[in-house]
Design a protein around this ligand. Structure first.
Ligand code: 6PG
Length: 462
């Protein structure tokens, strides 16, 4: 990914100094792609640093964690006041906050930057989410904006806010990516249970990609489902081990959301769905023991089912975006970042893994101002109102047939929770007070109350 980013910079007319732990890799890059622009390779870190114009702008692309600290420790003694170190890896935002504070003390800028789009995106135009000081963005922004994906003439790159804001936004991007993929997998599963072949489902996704679901992940789903295994002639997807792995950014999103008290239930469900898929011991034990329906979804009207699944997918996706963006809003308040949510959605329109047509609409809705949750944005609330019957039908149909849809049902559960006039949380409060005297509030009076459950059952004000 680092070499593709370097090539992208060179292709846009920037002179790129290169350094890699492996001198051979640096030489190979220059040999193979030297004609794409101006590269200045260096074998040693000291030569590399000396070759840069001031203020130095160094983009570090190494594995998150220890390797990032090791590179920073090597660079810092060689740098001078005002120089900028950019970390383009998937770092945890708390690490970024720590590194930013430490380099700031030394008069240096540390810019934790989310970069999304994978290897191809790095070369052809990623979505870039830089944090760090506003001052550093003045020196860095024009360069990053020139290599980012462009949508409607606007770069998919903008300053997200101070210290860890950029990496926080990227982390939530990945959490939404997990949810998006879980919904897509559930849509595939429901349609498979209705006896559509992988090839037929690929065609469905291709068709969806021409409409409101138009997005990178829908596009590549059609691609993956169309792939036929050369050795067996069977759809490749039917031969891939059904245990989804994860590198950790989805888990971080959920851990952080728990600490912030933001219910990102769809993202959590997606992380847990991956964990459950990989828990072979439990699955082996349960497979032979637990009974249930045989996963046969009976279909009277195939077209109707396909349209219903499309609507369940759109609605669930909207809930995941609402939850993820709410998490960014809450973190922004907590850490004093002042992240502009409309801008976040705007720079996700292109280049990144979750790029989707829907993001333009989301950005516009946030830009209109005063939005407490995406779900109540006029165009979104209207869209959900028109799709909730199909959404409920899909969850009911899948559940009755024994097809697991934890993502779709969790999203629907959240929708019904936040729109409820009254929640059974009242009973939870009653129970807490009963066993632990934790007190409760009342709808008709201010204050905290406790019932003397094991006494005369009268109520006292706590
Ligand atoms: C991106 C991707 C990228 C990476 C994921 C994979 O935005 O370009 O999100 O960062 O491919 O982190 O994550 P998992 O291995 O956890 O699925």
């Amino acid at each position: 990914m680092g070499s593709n980013l370097a090539r992208n910079l060179a292709r846009h007319g920037h002179t790129v100094a290169l350094h890699n732990r492996s001198w051979v890799k640096t030489q190979v890059l220059v040999e193979e792609h030297g004609s794409e622009g101006t590269f200045v390779p260096s074998e040693s870190t000291a030569d590399f640093v000396a070759s840069l114009e001031r203020p130095r702008r160094i983009i570090v692309m190494v594995k998150a964690g220890g390797p990032t600290d090791a590179v920073i420790d090597e660079l810092v003694p060689l740098l001078e006041e005002g120089d900028i170190v950019v970390d383009g890896g998937n770092a945890h935002f708390e690490d970024t906050r720590r590194r930013e504070a430490s380099l700031r003390e030394k008069g240096l800028h540390f810019v934790g930057t989310g970069i999304s789009g994978g290897e191809v995106g790095a070369l052809e135009g990623p979505s870039i989410m830089p944090g760090g000081s506003r001052k550093s963005y003045a020196a860095l922004g024009p360069i990053l904006e020139s290599i980012a994906a462009q949508v409607d003439g606007e770069p998919c790159c903008a300053w997200m806010g101070p210290d860890g804001a950029g990496h926080f936004v990227k982390m939530v991007h990945n959490g939404i990516e997990y949810a998006d993929m879980q919904f897509i997998a559930e849509a595939y599963d429901v349609l498979s249970a209705a006896r559509l072949t992988a090839g037929e489902i690929a065609d469905v996704f291709r068709e969806w990609n021409t409409g409101e679901l138009d997005s990178f992940l829908i596009e590549i789903t059609a691609d993956v489902l169309s792939q036929v295994d050369a050795a067996t002639g069977r759809p490749l997807v039917e031969l891939i081990t059904d245990a989804a792995e994860q590198k950790g950014t989805g888990r971080w999103t959920v851990q952080t959301a728990l600490e912030l008290g933001v219910p990102v239930s769809t993202i959590a469900e997606s992380v847990f769905a991956r964990s459950a898929s990989g828990d072979s011991a439990v699955r082996d034990a349960a497979r032979g023991t637990l009974t249930g329906p045989n996963r046969a979804v009976s279909v009277h009207d195939r077209r109707q089912l396909i349209d219903d699944v499309r609507d369940a997918l759109w609605s669930s996706k909207v809930v995941a975006y609402a939850q993820g963006l709410d998490q960014i809003r809450k973190a922004s308040e907590e850490f004093g970042w002042d992240v502009d949510i409309a801008t976040v959605a705007r720079i996700w329109r292109g280049g990144c893994i979750i790029r989707a047509r829907l993001l333009a609409q989301i950005s516009d809705e946030y830009a209109a101002g005063g939005l407490r949750t995406l779900l109540v944005a006029p165009s979104i609330a209207k869209g959900l109102a028109g799709r909730q019957d199909p959404w409920r039908r899909v969850v009911a149909l899948a559940t009755t047939a024994g097809v697991p849809v934890p993502g779709f049902s969790s999203a629907l559960g959240y929708y019904d929770t936040v729109r409820a006039e009254r929640l059974p949380a009242a009973l939870v409060q009653g129970l807490r007070d009963n066993f632990g005297a934790h007190t409760y509030g009342r709808i008709d009076r201010a204050g905290a109350f406790h019932t003397l459950w094991s006494g005369d059952r009268s109520e006292v004000e706590a």
